[in-house]
Design a protein around this ligand. Structure first.
Ligand code: FES
Length: 167
């Protein structure tokens, strides 16, 4: 007589397979829950935004009046997991007690502009962009004025805040 329930072990095999897939699925979810936050934690320094940084440029009286002057400063930069000190520069235009501090980075494609005393203009060496001493575009492809940094004078020293645009 044939047993109607006997399926030759077929039911057991498919049940075992189902349990195996269930176990693999559960292990994968568990691994993802552990691994993904770990990877995020390790990569976080690479994607952190540059924080605003207050930098001292030096004595206010040492800056000549009426013409943009290149002023160098030290700044802390994040490079992956390391923080290093870099030398950067800005152009400071002093007019009486007022200051304008320009980034030297051309707004077209990021080359460094240079102040040309004879022409009384900033010139960009890459594609011929020109700016007047107020940082406004007067020729070439730059789409907007040179960026300005907020500045203040404290105890005779000039301070700027990097990472922030002037309001
Ligand atoms: S990068 Fe300055 S004009 Fe192109």
């Amino acid at each position: 007589m044939v047993d109607p329930i006997d399926d030759g072990g077929l039911l057991d095999k498919s049940r075992r397979k189902f349990l195996l897939y269930l176990w693999i699925g559960a292990q994968s979810i568990l691994a993802a829950l552990i691994v993904i936050p770990g990877i995020r934690y390790l990569l976080q320094p690479l994607y952190e935004k540059v924080q605003s940084q207050r930098v001292q440029l030096g004595d206010f009286r040492a800056i000549p009046e009426g013409e943009p002057t290149m002023v160098e400063y030290q700044v802390l930069q994040r490079a992956g997991y390391q923080i290093k000190q870099d030398q950067e520069f800005v152009y400071v235009l002093r007019q009486g007690d007022k200051l304008k501090v320009f980034s030297p980075i051309c707004t077209h494609m990021g080359c460094n502009v240079a102040w040309n005393t004879e022409a009384g203009e900033f010139h960009c060496p890459c594609h011929g962009g020109k700016y007047n001493k107020e940082g406004e575009v007067i020729a070439g492809p730059p789409p907007k004025s040179l960026r300005q940094y907020p500045s203040e004078i404290e105890d005779g020293s000039v301070w700027i805040t990097l990472g922030e645009k002037k309001a």
